[in-house]
Design a protein around this ligand. Structure first.
Ligand SMILES: Cc1ncc(COP(=O)(O)O)c(C=O)c1O
Length: 441
């Protein structure tokens, strides 16, 4: 659920953008949102742009030239953020849609292999499952030990070195917070002539990422999580050697030109813009305002701040007695995964643990603190607007829940199942946990 919060009247979406860091990520006075990995809140400048777009559409539709100007300026902003040529970018409605374009178009023989970690979000798995179900290539799911555990780089290297591998597809930051060393992975893929296709949905607005600088073959993202935009708009980037694989009959007629019956549809050659999906004006207006905020705040600074806040939050949560995903500084992101009870090192999270986590989530909600429950674990996302006082409030609520037994320490019944409470901070930092105030890369 998305709610806007208004920090006062705004005249229009050209009002000088306020840094998102100046805006509390909250529903109301007392609510604290740690949920932008699901769906971000609209900062007031974005809310104002959306309102303006709705008000206008109640009176008249956009003229073609107005729509074109909005479309082009929004695409140009997305291209500036990602440091790519705007002609290489195309809007999509969802990340899944972007991957479907790629998976349905890429020429794949029966022996071609597509590698995807098995704990990826469906947007990066399902399009390949569909393509390979019809005999175009084979999908190889890379086994991971637990939902939050990413394959390490040597496993990825071995997987892409196997015969027949054509594509490696994964998220820059996955839905449970794993941040991949993309530069390194891209180098491995280049050496093996494997196409690297990246989902940036949990990365754009959190980390400073450019598909060109990493030399990705394909990159696709939504903007509704860390980048403050409404649901329904994303973008896809095709490297120069990939654009030609798109099947013209699949892309928008805007791109293929006017096709009369009997005509062979043809894609316009670069640098003519590629149109995969035409987003509604409301989404364009919201994204336009959102990207202005993201860029005003400087993505590199935003990344540093988010990683620092999340590292502190990780320590706060651990010090309140909870398990957090054992991660190293290198692969942590703005997402902290935590649990009342320590999940087993491999396999799915047992139902009893998921139930305890669900109870804690409900309890936190009553106190106006919102986190997600994903794969049976609690997921908190930390953005630039979160302050030390927000982290303290979270820690206080977590400690209180622990002591009032909402987050139980039912050692007896749980130990029969080989489960235990979260490790001490000292134990956990040995396995990659962070410490307060540690400098972040
Ligand atoms: C890693 C990742 N990719 C993609 C998405 C969204 O995909 P789509 O835009 O297809 O709904 C999400 C979350 O919803 C996600 O966590």
């Amino acid at each position: 659920m998305t709610c806007s919060h208004n920090n006062g009247p705004q005249t229009n979406n050209r009002t000088p953008a306020r840094s998102p860091s100046a805006e509390p990520l909250s529903w109301g006075e007392d609510d604290l949102l740690f949920t932008c990995a699901s769906e971000g809140v609209y900062p007031s400048a974005v809310a104002a742009a959306l309102r303006h777009s709705i008000d206008r559409s109640c009176h008249r539709p956009l003229e073609d030239d107005e729509f074109d100007a909005l479309y082009r300026s929004t695409l140009a902003r997305a291209a500036t953020l990602l440091r790519v040529d705007p002609e290489r970018l195309a809007f999509v409605n969802t990340a899944t849609q972007g991957f479907l374009f790629l998976a349905r178009s890429l020429p794949l023989g029966p022996a071609d292999v597509i590698v995807v970690p098995d704990n990826e979000y469906p947007a990066t798995i399902h399009p390949w499952a569909e393509a390979t179900a019809s005999g175009r290539g084979k999908l190889r799911l890379l086994a991971t030990s637990a939902p939050w555990a990413a394959p390490d780089i040597s496993t990825i290297e071995a997987a892409v070195s196997a015969p027949g591998v054509k594509v490696l597809c994964l998220s820059a930051v996955n839905w449970l917070g794993q941040r991949y060393p993309l530069q390194h992975i891209a180098k491995v893929c280049r050496r093996r002539n494997v196409l690297l296709a990246i989902d940036g949905s949990q990365a754009v607005g959190m980390i400073d990422i450019s598909p060109v600088e990493i030399d990705l073959a394909f990159f696709c993202t939504t903007f509704f999580k860390w980048a403050f935009a409404p649901v329904g708009i994303g973008c896809a980037y095709f490297r120069h050697d990939l654009r030609g694989v798109l099947r013209p009959e699949m892309v928008s007629l805007e791109s293929a030109g006017s096709v009369r019956p009997g005509d062979e549809p043809r894609l316009p050659a670069f640098p003519a813009p590629l149109v995969l999906a035409v987003p509604p004006p409301l989404c364009l207006a919201g994204l336009n305002a959102a990207l202005s905020l993201v860029m005003d705040a400087d993505p590199a600074t935003t990344e540093r701040r988010i990683l620092k806040i999340a590292a502190s939050a990780n320590d706060e949560i651990m010090s309140a007695g909870y398990w957090t995903a054992p991660r190293t500084d290198r692969d942590r992101s703005g997402i902290v995964l935590f649990s009342v009870l320590t999940p087993p090192a491999s396999g799915e999270v047992p139902k009893v643990i998921a139930a305890c986590n669900e109870a804690l989530r409900a309890r936190l909600r009553l106190e106006g603190i919102h986190v997600d429950l994903k794969a049976g674990l609690l997921r908190a996302s930390f953005h630039v607007a979160h302050r030390e006082s927000d982290l303290k409030r979270l820690r206080f609520a977590l400690r209180h829940a622990r002591s009032s037994r909402v987050a139980p320490s039912r050692k007896v019944s749980l130990s029969r199942q080989g489960l235990s409470r979260g490790p001490s901070s000292a134990q956990q930092s040995k396995s990659g946990g962070g410490s307060l105030g540690r400098a972040r890369a």
